[in-house]
Design a protein around this ligand. Structure first.
Ligand code: GLN
Length: 188
């Protein structure tokens, strides 16, 4: 059974745990460095990236997670989790800075603070529901990064080697295809 960690400092943790268990994985909530052992992958959930950063610093988790990402542990960041992974964040400091993308925060205006769309995702499927909540988008990507989905010409899902990042919240829907792709194609 694959053991997937879910960073559980803040944000949409329980939904990821449920989805991972539904897909036959063991889900381990991560709040301390001691929990970062024997993982086959790590999910960084959505929430508020600035709040998560404070907690990552407080619990000395930033550097150990960065080291794991650099050593090749598969990681999946959703929404604020994508912001944590990104090498650059427009107008803000970066956090883990391991995924070769530049992101902008809160990319959708006030009136559309949150919305739902159906996306066609390269190599994953069609009509996949995506819920955006004060979502970031990917402004630019490095050479080896594969763009998997766009929404209104904005990049909203991309893969950089063993790292997957999306602007939206797949865990808030019943559609498990993106998580299934992460587990089957990226986690050994
Ligand atoms: N707006 C949040 C941020 O900047 C991300 C929102 C989310 O994760 N739903 O961190």
């Amino acid at each position: 059974m694959k053991k997937i960690g879910v960073l559980a400092l803040q944000g949409a943790v329980r939904e990821h745990v449920q989805m991972l268990e539904e897909l036959g994985c063991e889900a381990a909530t991560i709040t301390r460095t001691e929990h970062l052992v024997e993982l086959d992958g790590l999910v960084l959930p959505g929430g508020e990236s600035t709040a998560m950063r404070k907690l990552l610093d407080r619990y000395d988790l930033l550097e150990p997670i960065r080291v794991l990402a650099e050593s090749g542990l598969p990681m999946f960041g959703t929404c604020a989790g994508l912001i944590l992974l990104a090498r650059d964040v427009v107008d803000y400091e970066s956090h883990l800075a391991v995924m070769d993308v530049k992101v902008a925060r809160n990319s959708y205006g006030r009136q559309v603070d949150s919305f739902e769309m159906l996306l066609d995702i390269k190599g994953i499927g069609e009509d996949i529901p995506a819920i955006f909540i004060r979502a970031p988008h990917i402004v630019s990507v490095g050479e080896q990064v594969e763009i998997l989905a766009t929404c209104d010409d904005k990049i909203v899902l991309a893969r950089d080697r063993h790292m997957l990042g999306c602007s939206f919240h797949p865990e808030l829907t019943r559609d498990t295809r993106i998580m299934d792709y992460f587990i089957k194609s990226m986690v050994d």
